[in-house]
Design a protein around this ligand. Structure first.
Ligand code: NDP
Length: 451
């Protein structure tokens, strides 16, 4: 049977665009449908605008520190609309880059919503129907709000980039990546930030000592963090929203933002009708090659809810092309993925937390926490953490956890060593780069504890 395309990709985010481009470069006839903006969550309403907002939010401290270093400076005020104008111009530019990547590689694009009609057929919201030998679903995810009275008045990370003005105060609900990153950003931009997290400590799942330090520093920076606290209901009042909390308080905030997790975009796509299996959260069930229960249909990225990170979606897209178009079955390697949380201070992490590692085998823990030179000179009390978890049996570094300015940059490099299976002695044999914060990773001589 002749198909319209070799590959039809649903979703123009990081994973979908990469798979479409690489398949097309290899000679496949490819089409892609995107119902919203090209670039997806990462470029349009996630990593990219978030990181630019992190940069914007760091200037007040940098300016205050400059004065401590002898510069005559004053911060003046932050112009949200000037920043926002530049931000959206940059996102428009990047969206153009994504569209251009597709068109210049011969990928036909449809600005439309796509549904699966059968194992080889996609129906578009334009009314068209297209057939393809393979279909790749890369439709991503979206934020969810809990079902509670008044939640419809709250924003999510989707709306935060579009506020016409910055609120004076905000309540952020959640303790994950997004809640903690935006607490730091908005605090830096001068918004009075209150954060509720229902559990005992933010950033559940990460190394306890590392998340403890991030939490301490966030509080030290002025974030009003309430642990063991959740929202019960909210309602609009003059000047904002009144929030009833589980701790018995009632406060009014200009804005309320839910950062309470994300769900896969798999609704209303005809998936289960054609035999594709969805998990409890709505994630598309796939095997190690990203293949669904229907052999011609694959899925990658957040819609599969494996490891919801842009570089992982990109790798899943590349592995899909290698498997399907280059006849080289390539499973996706989800082991030892380094990641950074752009809190202030940042956290970079790869491998096992101390808690996970000690449940697995006997370990040594090497850790040091200190005041970094640059901030200490400016009179700040900020602390950083460098931590290695080492297997007693193999001497391999099982985990590396960094809380420090620039931790994201550091963990990218430490991640190479850990992925290569470096031992503690390999770290020790590496000469220190002096004076830096990360040199501590190669100079820690004695374990602080064994477990
Ligand atoms: P997460 O799943 O990381 O965190 C959700 C948070 O909301 C958790 O603290 C959770 O608590 C809490 N929560 C969930 N439901 C409720 C509820 N009903 N009431 C109160 N609190 C609730 O989601 P995020 O939205 O922060 O981020 C989604 C994903 O996006 C991340 O996991 C990550 O993969 C990715 N991401 C990565 C970034 C990066 O690489 N820097 C940046 C941003 C996002 P509990 O812990 O108790 O479950």
């Amino acid at each position: 049977m002749a198909f319209d395309y070799d590959l039809f990709v649903i979703g123009g985010g990081s994973g979908g665009v990469r798979a479409a481009r690489v398949a097309a470069q290899g000679g496949a006839k490819v089409a892609l449908a995107e119902e919203d903006r090209y670039g997806g969550t990462c470029v349009i309403r996630g990593c990219v605008p978030k990181k630019l907002m992190v940069f914007a939010s760091e200037f007040p401290n940098a300016i205050a520190d400059a004065a401590e270093y002898g510069w005559a400076v004053h911060a003046g005020g932050f112009d949200w609309s000037a920043f926002q104008g530049k931000l959206h111009a940059e996102l428009d530019r990047l969206e153009g880059v994504y569209r251009n990547i597709l068109s210049s590689n011969g990928v036909e694009t449809f600005d439309a919503r796509a549904k699966l009609a059968d194992a080889h057929t996609v129906s578009l919201s334009t009314g068209e129907t297209k057939t393809a030998k393979h279909i790749l679903i890369a439709s991503g995810g979206r934020p969810v709000k809990p079902d509670l009275p008044g939640a419809e008045h709250a924003i999510t990370s989707n709306e935060i980039f579009h506020l016409t003005e910055l609120p004076k105060s905000i309540l952020i609900i959640g303790g994950g990546y997004i809640a903690c990153e935006f607490a730091g950003i908005l605090n830096g931009l001068g918004v009075a930030v209150t954060q509720f997290y229902r559990g005992a400590q933010i950033l559940r799942g990460f190394d306890e000592e590392a998340r403890g330090l991030v939490s301490d520093e966030m509080i030290q920076n002025g974030i009003n963090l309430h642990l063991g606290t959740n929202i019960l209901e909210m309602s609009p009042v003059d000047g904002g929203y009144k929030v009833k909390a589980t701790n018995g308080t009632e406060e009014v905030y200009d804005q309320v933002m839910f950062a309470t997790g994300r769900v896969p975009n798999s609704d209303d796509m005809g998936l289960e009708d054609i035999g594709i299996k969805l998990g409890r959260k709505g994630q598309i069930e796939v095997d190690e090659y990203s293949q669904t229960a229907i052999p011609s249909v694959y899925a990658i990225g957040d819609v599969t809810d494996r490891v919801n990170l842009t570089p992982v979606a990109i790798r899943e897209g590349m592995a899909f092309v290698e498997t399907v178009f280059n006849a080289n079955p390539t499973p996706v390697d989800h082991d030892l993925i380094p990641t950074a949380i752009f809190t202030q201070p940042e956290m970079g992490t790869v491998g096992l937390s101390e808690e996970e590692a000690r449940d697995q085998e006997p370990i040594e823990v090497y850790a040091t926490s200190f005041k970094p030179m640059q901030q200490a000179f400016a009179g700040r009390s900020d602390r950083v953490l460098m931590k290695l978890i080492v297997s007693q049996a193999t001497r391999k570094v099982l985990g590396c956890h960094i809380v420090a300015p620039g931790a994201g940059e550091m963990i990218q490099l430490a991640g190479i060593a850990v992925k290569m299976g470096a031992t503690k002695e390999d770290f020790d044999r590496t000469c220190a780069v002096h004076p830096t914060m990360s040199e501590e990773l190669v100079t820690m001589k004695t374990p602080v504890r064994t477990a």
